[in-house]
Design a protein around this ligand. Structure first.
Ligand code: ISE
Length: 335
């Protein structure tokens, strides 16, 4: 039957997922919304037939209408919600980051192993983006030989209040960490962070932009420009330089106009817009797999590996030196 989904957290991403499940996704409905802000939860629930509002994730999980969870609360709230989901043995799509540090991600890996089967997909949506998927196929097929380097750019128009340098790693570069691990099928073994003189447009105390370097287990090198107050829009690009060719994604490819002696196009303003198709596909695939009783996509292991590399990245950023990333051995459940 139709999958009853509880959406936990109704901020920017959560509200967008509620709209998506309500209007776009097949085979699922929003059965519940949860937010610490009761008013906000209720105003969203009131717009959807048969949708209940709660302030506690546990209350939604106890409802017989709820078959699965989409967790879109802030990162620090994920661990408790996922552990509760395991108690109810409910399938989860958890927004990135899985958790904000390696120790908490490790606790989830251990709890999922005790459960004995995978229950969590982590919301690394770029794996569902049409262009990134093509790049992945090209690299898997070794069309241009082995990948030697990735050059990545990740730009946001601006940051919300309270956005910190550490969040540039934990919330933003975490995407390139997952993209690198996924595209290259390798682990990241060391991180270095360089910080140019900040842009005058950067909020106080935010060292923006930064250049983040990864070294990988297969000897590849990856550079990431992270610039979260570039002012002009949202850009995510990645070029893979291989032995006999290169391949790039994220170039502006939409509508190009020529007029008044100039040519150009539009830059999307944020991720909800730029990755709309990827989010749609990610949620649809999660719903389809869940209804078949399966779980696929990035796992708690991927969430843990990303968290461990983030931790190394935040350290490298603080001390201004190369920092190695250590992972536990990959448990059988995630092989
Ligand atoms: C945000 O949380 C995201 O996930 C976006 O994709 C990223 O571009 C942004 O920098 C993050 O804050």
């Amino acid at each position: 039957g139709t999958l009853g989904v509880a959406v936990i957290g109704t901020g920017r991403m959560g509200a967008d997922h509620v709209r998506r499940i309500d209007e776009v996704t097949n085979g699922a409905r929003v059965a519940a919304v949860v937010d610490i802000d009761a008013e906000r939860a209720k105003s969203i629930a009131d717009r959807i037939e048969g949708c209940s509002a709660y302030t506690e994730p546990a209350a939604a999980m106890a409802s017989p209408d709820v078959d699965a969870l989409l967790i879109a609360s802030p990162g620090p709230a994920h661990e408790a919600a996922v552990l509760q989901a395991f108690e109810h043995d409910l399938p989860v799509l958890c927004e990135k980051p899985l958790t904000p540090d390696a120790a908490s991600a490790l606790r989830l890996i251990e709890a999922e192993q005790r459960l004995g089967h995978r229950r969590v997909q982590v919301g690394f949506m770029r794996r569902y983006d049409a262009d990134f998927t093509r790049l992945k196929s090209l690299l898997d097929a070794k069309e241009f030989g082995r990948a030697l380097m990735l050059h990545c750019q990740h730009r946001n128009a601006s940051t919300p209040p309270g956005f910190t340098s550490q969040m540039m790693i934990n919330d933003s570069v975490v995407h390139e960490i997952d993209t690198t691990r996924w595209l290259l099928d390798q682990e990241i073994t060391a991180v270095t962070v360089l910080r140019p003189t900040p842009s005058t447009a950067a909020p106080q105390n935010l060292s923006d932009p930064q250049l983040v370097l990864f070294e990988t287990s297969g000897g590849a090198v990856v550079d990431v420009e992270i610039f979260v107050n570039c002012g002009f829009g949202y850009q995510v690009r990645c070029e893979a330089v291989c032995e006999t060719g290169s391949a790039r994604v994220g170039e502006e490819s939409g509508l190009l106009t020529s007029s008044a002696g100039r040519w150009g196009g539009a830059v999307p303003q944020d991720f909800v817009d730029r990755f709309a198709d990827a989010y749609d596909r990610q949620v649809q695939r999660w719903v389809d797999a869940t209804r078949r009783g399966e779980i696929e996509g990035p796992s708690c292991w991927d969430g843990y590996a990303a968290a461990a590399v983030c931790e190394a990245g935040v350290n490298a950023q603080a001390i201004g030196r190369r920092t190695t990333a250590e992972l536990i051995e990959r448990p059988a459940l995630y092989r």
